[in-house]
Design a protein around this ligand. Structure first.
Ligand SMILES: Nc1ncnc2c1ncn2[C@@H]1O[C@H](COP(=O)(O)OP(=O)(O)OP(=O)(O)O)[C@@H](O)[C@H]1O
Ligand SMILES: [Mg+2]
Length: 444
């Protein structure tokens, strides 16, 4: 167990000193306050595992302190100290979530025993909490799809999860690369260690290096404090390098050195540091081509590409579409709705340049716009295809097309009364005239 942090609140100074001294000797990290007000100011800035509060305190009493503490730090285990005549209050304290109480005068070993129990209770609770979080995280990356193409990737992911070799994940945008990166982590024996993601495309070169490896104080303007790099934060776990293809050459060199030796230096620091992380990188570019064109270092590519996971585009595994639709309906908590057979059929012939992410958005939109419980193609705001044009892939309507249709519908419904139509559309009559001209609308 790590050192437990204790906060003792009592206004009897002699007793307080004695208690603090003794508990410190027992290896606890102890802080103290002699009023509820002082305790609260400590509680807003520091985290404690266990509190020992006297019920009778000057001004604000121990019960009020207990109530407020439970709001600020609900997980803290609190033991109440009660003098003669306040036992009923102590019992009341249990209702407000105190862990236990002790009647004064007490002997110190008695208190130590209760503190020890509170501590065990706390660490059990912490363990349950982290387990709950873990389960939640594991549920977050439910990988849906029964196609053999996807299942092959799933099986490979499971096989290599425990290994330490770097993995390169390739695939078009929205295919689920990040999902597989997380699966590599949560299906491995590193699952309780950190999973840390860094997007190479999102930041400048200098910042990227310092994000990755950290920096010393004063290493560059703005580096007012020393900072740990993400490689350190991820120590023991997984470092996910997203958008690898965007990584500048200067950072590529440093990453290569790190992968070869496990060692690195913070920017502006001479000390060599060492960590153990599993590196997983992802890209929607074809890295082989990037290497050929000289945009990406060949040596680094080979280092990272010990195992490649290729996530195939959705249009190559259309069997996954119906199950994904069901999955996203459930995720949106709209289980009363279904997609009509025709809608599913149309979606199966759509090329999905944005892959699963695009499918998810289409589904969400369809669920939102459908009037009854059956989601029809129109609800997805895709351009309908006329018969004979089945081969032509579905495309999303542009906003302009939608606007034109909407205006035409308003005019038609209101028998081309432009004043009324403008009012219904929430635009000025002048603006409506302009739109009629722009879209070449005529009365049918
Ligand atoms: N097989 C799947 N089952 C369930 N959800 C999926 C699946 N594939 C992708 N998703 C979901 O689709 C969305 C996009 O996936 P993800 O972010 O992993 O894609 P990506 O390949 O990293 O995309 P990009 O290249 O744009 O970063 C996420 O919300 C993810 O949870
Ligand atoms: Mg991604």
């Amino acid at each position: 167990m790590t050192t437990a942090k204790l906060l003792i609140v009592d206004d009897e100074k002699d007793l307080l000193q004695l208690l603090v001294k003794r508990l410190k000797r027992k290896g606890y990290d102890v802080e103290h306050a002699d009023s509820a007000e002082e305790a609260l100011s400590l509680l807003t800035n520091n985290y404690y595992d266990i509190g020992v509060f006297d019920i009778r305190l000057p001004k604000k009493d121990g019960i009020s302190l207990l109530k407020e503490t439970k709001i600020i730090q609900p997980d803290m285990q609190i033991i109440m100290l009660t003098g003669h005549g306040t036992i009923e209050t102590a019992i009341e304290a249990m209702k407000y979530g105190a862990f236990d109480y002790l009647t004064k005068p007490y002997n110190l070993s008695e208190l130590e025993l209760i503190i020890q129990k509170a501590r065990e209770n706390k660490s059990l609770k912490d363990k349950n909490e982290s387990m709950r979080k873990l389960i939640k995280q594991q549920n977050q990356f439910h990988i849906v799809g029964e196609s053999s193409k996807l299942q092959e990737v799933v099986q490979l992911t499971k096989r290599i999860a425990d290994s330490e070799v770097p993995v390169l994940i390739e695939g078009e945008s929205g295919t689920g690369k990040e999902l597989f990166a997380k699966a590599l982590h949560y299906w491995s024996n590193r699952r309780e260690e950190p999973f840390v993601a860094l997007n190479s495309g999102a930041i400048s070169e200098t910042l990227l290096e310092s994000e990755l490896f950290g920096h010393a104080k004063g290493a560059f303007t703005g580096a007012n404090q020393e900072k740990k790099g993400l490689v350190e934060v991820a120590d023991g776990g997984t470092l996910f390098l997203d958008e690898l293809g965007e990584m500048p050459q200067a950072v590529q060199v440093k990453l290569l050195r790190f992968l070869e030796s496990g060692e690195f230096r913070r920017v502006g620091d001479i000390r060599q540091r060492r960590v153990k992380v599993r590196v997983v990188a992802a890209t929607n570019r074809q890295m082989e081509k990037e290497v050929e064109e000289g945009n990406f270092r060949e040596d680094l590519y080979y280092r990272l590409n010990v195992v490649k996971l290729y996530v195939p585009p959705l249009r190559e595994r259309i069997e996954d579409i119906p199950v994904l639709i069901r999955f996203f309906i459930e995720k949106a908590k709209k289980t009363e709705k279904i997609f009509s057979d025709n809608t599913i059929k149309q979606l199966e012939s759509y090329p999905f340049p944005g892959n699963v992410r695009e499918l998810q958005h289409l589904i969400e939109r369809g669920l939102l716009l459908s009037k009854g419980n059956i989601v029809e193609v129109e609800d997805l705001l895709l351009s309908p295809i006329s018969s004979g044009e089945i081969e032509k892939p579905l495309t999303l309507k542009t906003l302009e097309e939608l606007e034109m249709e909407h205006i035409e519908k308003a005019l038609h419904t209101l028998s081309w009364n432009k004043t009324k139509a403008a009012e219904a559309l929430g635009i000025s009559v002048r603006n409506l005239y302009r739109k009629i001209e722009q879209y070449n609308l005529t009365e049918r």
